[in-house]
Design a protein around this ligand. Structure first.
Ligand SMILES: Nc1ncnc2c1ncn2[C@@H]1O[C@H](COP(=O)(O)OP(=O)(O)O)[C@@H](O)[C@H]1O
Ligand SMILES: [Mg+2]
Length: 389
């Protein structure tokens, strides 16, 4: 599927791209039967659609399609059956630039599909999913195939809804504490994000800097309760700003410095550099759970006028597709929210997924492309966890 005429393609090609573009995704890809209705039916009603669309879906399929449109080289591990729907799924992914050579195609059974009822009145999307059969089992992926899929991959994304995660979230009164709790359970993850629909998103970026540096200055390092931090960050969000914003715990600290030294720009600069060395991150404490070292970030969602909000199906997938691009967090959250908001303006998960040219200003503004500390993650495949609740 082509984005546009050649002049736009040339413009897209002129935008900067990260060097490492391969990502590996694992999870669902399916067909969506999207039925838009004036209002949600009552049991036993007979109603008509106002619009109908048949389109690719599935969390991993959508997120990787978004990543491909943004210029990355995604590979997908998933399973479909050798039926008409399965063939359609493969064709659509390939047309969008997703590498499907690692997909398992079953001779029998059925490909996954979902009925999606999009209610124009309440702006909700109700999904009725039929999983693919037979399901993917680990033995269907040979070790050599898996290693080859991982070759050169910088990020691995799995769309598993992680039932354990849902339990953690459900048990915690506050989401920030749940994020800390989750990080403590999976200490190798790089960052963790939770998306909250029109409420935006929250993220903890875990420090991967040498712990010895931090330990050396431990007594001086900032410690903050995450719930308190969330409230402080919320107060810093400019609600009148229709643009996407990201406020982070580091910014809070910078502001403290500028408060102390309002007039002395050189001193400020010096202090910022010094603090960056001494306080790369804060200790983020969750009452009764534990602490992690990192940064807490809050991202806002775009305020979409009701007349423009068509369908939020796949909003989370579009958000994740943009996260996979691997921008530094302060740029990543507004970038992902803008990509997701574009997706909300069209019917279905795939139609509104952004292309590079739609988000051009982010690429042009990005101070550096790729993860902030590129050198530190070259040998490690970075695992990103995004929950959606
Ligand atoms: N109604 C909305 N208005 C503006 N942005 C939205 C809306 N719904 C979702 N988004 C954007 O998409 C992101 C993911 O949405 P979310 O609803 O959490 O995912 P899901 O697709 O799992 O329901 C949000 O963080 C936000 O940036
Ligand atoms: Mg939603």
């Amino acid at each position: 599927m082509s984005e546009s005429p050649s002049s736009i393609r040339a413009y897209a090609a002129s935008l900067p791209l990260p060097d490492e573009r391969i990502i590996l995704g694992c999870g669902g890809c399916s067909v969506d039967f999207l039925a838009t209705v004036d209002s949600y039916p009552n049991p036993d009603d007979k109603i008509r659609t106002t619009t109908f669309k048949l389109q690719g879906g599935g969390n991993a399929g959508n997120a990787l399609t978004c990543a491909a449109r943004l210029g990355l080289t995604p590979r997908l591990i998933a399973k479909v059956a050798e039926d008409a729907q399965g063939r359609g799924i493969l064709e659509e992914l390939e047309a969008d630039g997703v590498d499907t050579s690692y997909l398992v195609v079953s001779k029998e059974g059925n490909s996954p599909f979902t009925y999606v009822i999009v209610d124009q009145q309440t702006k909700t999307r109700t999904c009725i999913h039929t999983p693919g059969y037979p399901p993917l089992v680990p033995t269907e992926l040979s070790q050599s195939n898996l290693l080859s899929a991982l070759e050169g991959a910088r990020i691995v994304y799995s769309d598993g809804r992680l039932p354990e995660t849902a339990i953690v979230i459900a048990k915690e009164a506050f989401i920030p504490s749940a994020l800390v709790s989750f990080i403590l359970k999976l200490p190798n993850i790089r960052f963790v994000i939770v998306t909250l629909g029109e409420e935006g998103s929250m993220m903890i970026e875990i420090s991967v800097h040498g712990e010895e540096i931090v330990d050396l200055h431990d007594s001086q390092s900032e410690e903050m309760d995450v719930d308190y931090l969330l409230n402080s960050l919320k107060q810093r969000v400019d609600n009148s700003n229709p643009m996407r914003e990201c406020v982070s715990s580091k910014v809070l600290f910078w502001n403290l410095i500028s408060f102390l030294n309002p007039d002395n720009a050189n001193m400020l600069e010096y202090l910022e550099i010094a603090c960056n060395d001494f306080y790369p991150n804060m200790r983020l404490k969750a009452q009764g759970i534990g602490a992690v070292r990192g940064r807490f970030l809050l991202g806002t969602a775009e305020k979409i006028p009701s007349s423009e909000l068509v369908d939020t199906t796949g909003a989370g997938d579009a958000f994740i597709g943009a996260v996979l691009y691997g921008m530094p967090p302060e740029q990543m959250l507004p970038f992902a929210a803008t990509g997701a908001a574009r997706g909300c303006r069209a019917l279905g998960a795939r139609s509104g997924l952004p292309w590079r040219t739609d988000l051009a200003r982010f690429f042009n503004q990005a101070k550096h492309l790729g993860f902030v500390d590129d050198k530190e993650v070259t040998e490690v495949v970075c695992v990103v966890v995004v929950f959606r609740i």
